[in-house]
Write a protein that binds this ligand. Structure first.
Ligand code: C5P
Length: 315
């Protein structure tokens, strides 16, 4: 069935991402950093429901706990701002203003992706809000327009709009789509402590980590731009944020040890943390690996997917 021209209601799955590798360059004149990263959409997703209204923007947030292990975090909820600071409302206002769309939108967000964990949940929600606003008005935006709107909200939002597998450079807006040689499954462990992205970038500047390996990392990321990407190759890019953990280093190292002890491969931090993922070896059971994992972290089972946003249109 073809989507109606102006549906009353749009439902979107907004998927989390993993950074299979992430290198950071020196700070630029605009205060941002160039990055070289392999982004991968995964199955863990929030749901955004958007309805056209006569005027104004509103948002109701519900939390759904989908971790395989770990206690539902009471404090974790405070990490998601419910008011005008929420990325859904900021992105909706931004998109509707830029696109001169009339009326308002009522949003309902079902949150499953933990925040400040490096999983890109806020960016995925923002990307979903931009697409929802366009769809509610029957607009199909060209790729360049979608990416420009997304970059106005945050550096990771262009990837969230595009999704799948991509080698990402610039501030996050230069996307070179790629394809995994084989899909994979992973467990993501999210510690109780979370990370502020601007602070993590500031620690990289103070430690001058960007200056040494950046040129090599950028060339290596460039060499990954081929049709079929092997996850082992992407992981070789490393994640520079693992170097700036300071007093969290012992906890991170303990987590990596416990991920390996559960039979998982290549523990790697995603984004600026605090989430760390381990790849489930081919032929191994996710449930068994999860049962073997010990520790207080929230544990999520994910699989690699080919798109960032998945839509259902309802009358
Ligand atoms: O773009 P976004 O709002 O997500 O970035 C949050 C903060 O992270 C920025 O204000 C900046 O301090 C830092 N950042 C950066 N370089 C990037 C992405 C983010 O310095 N490529």
């Amino acid at each position: 069935m073809r989507a109606p021209a102006r549906p009353r209601r749009v439902v979107l799955e907004a998927r989390a991402k993993l950074n299979l590798g992430l290198a950071v360059g020196p700070m630029r004149a605009d205060g941002y950093h160039d990055i070289a990263s392999v982004f991968q959409s995964v199955s863990l997703a929030d749901t955004l429901i958007a309805e056209r209204t006569a005027r104004g923007y509103s948002l109701r947030i519900e939390h759904e706990f989908v971790a395989l292990k770990g206690a539902a975090p009471a404090r974790g909820r405070a990490h998601v701002p419910a008011g005008t600071d929420n990325l859904v409302l900021r992105a909706a206002r931004h998109a509707c203003e830029r696109l001169a769309l009339p009326g308002g939108v009522r949003f309902r967000l079902i949150k499953r992706i933990p925040s400040r964990a490096g999983l890109g949940g806020g960016s995925a929600d923002a990307a979903a809000a931009i697409l929802a606003c366009a769809r509610l008005h029957g607009l199909r935006l060209p790729r360049a327009r979608r990416i420009a709107l997304a970059l106005g909200i945050g550096s990771d939002v262009p990837f969230a709009i595009t999704g799948g597998t991509a080698i990402v450079t610039g501030r996050g807006e230069k996307l070179s789509r790629s394809r995994l040689a084989e899909p994979f499954r992973a467990l993501v462990a999210v510690p109780r402590w979370r990370v502020s992205t601007p602070e993590a970038f500031a620690r990289i500047d103070r430690g001058k980590y960007a200056l040494t390996a950046w040129g090599r990392s950028l060339r290596f990321a460039g060499s990954l731009r081929r049709k079929r990407l092997r996850i082992e190759d992407a992981l070789r890019l490393g994640n520079v944020f693992e170097k700036v953990l300071q007093h969290r280093r012992p906890e991170f190292e303990s987590l990596c040890r416990r991920i390996r002890a559960a039979g998982l491969l290549a523990p790697r931090m995603t984004g600026s943390g605090s989430g760390v993922f381990g790849v489930v070896p081919r032929g191994h059971s996710v449930r068994e690996a999860a049962a073997k994992f010990s520790g207080p972290e929230l544990l999520f089972a994910v699989r690699s997917v080919g798109t960032g946003l998945q839509s259902r249109t309802q009358r």
